[in-house]
Design a protein around this ligand. Structure first.
Ligand code: SF4
Ligand code: SF4
Length: 369
């Protein structure tokens, strides 16, 4: 069985030291694939407009170092993603990526056009960004963040950004409350694209209620890379002191036979003992007839902080279940419709939403403890 290789290094955003580390990592996994005229798509995490210190998007200096590497090999770099909110241009500007890459021969192009890719059962045809599938080389640049729905967003999850625009919430809706099915979808998308390398920005990471503004930046001081994003994700979970297979994407990957061999970690895997994970409660449990009742009264749900909500309507636009409305000037959630994808929390530009358990859920949890 194939051994997977993961390289992990201590790093900071000092460009003088960061650049050679990034060069070495990219070179180790896909140096030989990039030559004169190679079309190289660089896919950072461009979730939403945010400054680098918010830890929501891949740091501009990592994007810069990768772009420089590609240019140095004679390749044609292109920065692409399909942000959840705020628009591609605005994300590039506010994240500092536009500025960091000023004067470099690089193309910026949002993923807009999709092609159908047959991923087999259970989804069969998935529409994936044409530019991601057509690239000679795709370099995946995720940000290490927590994720209220999936526990973490790491290498595999980052490629969900190759699903264009509002097709993303459509897929949330199609997989509904079944997180494991959504995780299977993410793994299928990842392997349809098969990035040449995944390089993780874990210098300033995010803990708590990520991946949007409700999360808390956390200095971890690492970058890590692999040509096998599943192996990378498993290794990073171990570094953070979590059982890797508590994370649905790792479980789905294992069930599908990926990253099943030994993982060889090069470099020091630091031990982080106090990383704050989001509270990801199961959505479906108990007898089927009681699923609705349990979800309504026991399972955590998005709750607005009215003092922070500016009534911009972004959450409602993105909600795949059409569970958010305004009544009498107040935000209202239909928790029977809500599939607990937490996309609303992710896209809220004012950190006005958080996932919270209803009263009965909290009481049951206390009793269980
Ligand atoms: S909760 Fe956030 S996204 Fe929704 S309306 Fe309020 S400020 Fe806007
Ligand atoms: S209300 Fe929020 S968590 Fe519920 S379905 Fe809509 S976006 Fe997802």
């Amino acid at each position: 069985m194939k051994k997977s290789r993961v390289i992990i290094k201590s790093a900071s955003y000092d460009y003088g030291t960061l650049r050679p580390l990034v060069f070495d990592m990219i070179d180790a996994f896909c140096g030989s694939m990039i030559g004169k005229g190679s079309r190289v798509v660089i896919k950072p995490n461009l979730l939403a407009p945010a400054a680098p210190e918010r830890a929501m998007v891949t740091h501009p200096l990592i994007v810069r170092a990768v772009t420089e590497y590609v240019l140095g090999k004679g390749g044609l770099p292109r920065i692409s993603d399909s942000p959840a909110m705020g628009g591609f241009e605005r994300v590039l500007k506010e994240s500092g990526i536009r500025e960091a890459l000023r004067g470099m021969e690089v193309e910026f192009r949002e993923f807009r056009e999709s092609v159908v890719f047959d991923t087999g059962e259970p989804f069969k045809e998935i529409e994936i960004a044409r530019d991601a599938l057509d690239a000679d080389v795709l370099i995946n640049l995720p940000k290490l963040k927590t994720h209220a729905q999936m526990g973490m967003t790491l290498g595999v999850k980052n490629l969900f950004g190759c699903i264009c625009g509002l097709r993303k919430p459509e897929w949330h809706f199609r997989t509904g409350v079944n997180r494991q099915l959504f995780a299977t979808l993410l793994v299928k998308i990842h392997y349809a694209i098969s990035p040449a390398v995944t390089l993780m920005d874990g210098v300033l990471a995010m803990e708590g209620e990520g991946p949007g503004r409700s999360g808390t930046p956390r200095d971890l001081g690492i970058i890590a890379a692999s040509d096998d994003a599943c192996a990378l994700d498993v290794s990073l979970c171990r570094m953070l002191g979590a059982d890797p297979y508590d994370m649905p994407t790792n479980r789905a990957a294992r069930e599908m036979g990926y990253a099943a061999g030994e993982i060889e970690v090069e470099g020091e895997l630091p031990v982080v003992s106090d990383f704050r994970f989001p509270d990801v409660a199961p959505l479906v449990f108990g007898p089927p007839k009681l699923h609705g009742f349990f979800r309504r009264h026991l399972v955590q749900r998005p709750v607005p902080d009215e003092s922070l909500c500016r009534q911009c309507g972004e959450c409602g636009k993105y909600c795949p279940a059409k569970a958010i409305s305004f009544e009498g000037g107040r935000l209202r959630f239909d928790y029977d419709r809500c599939i607990r994808c937490y996309c609303c929390i992710e896209v809220c530009p004012h950190a006005a939403l958080r996932a919270a358990e209803p009263f009965l859920g909290r009481a049951v949890r206390r009793l269980k403890r």
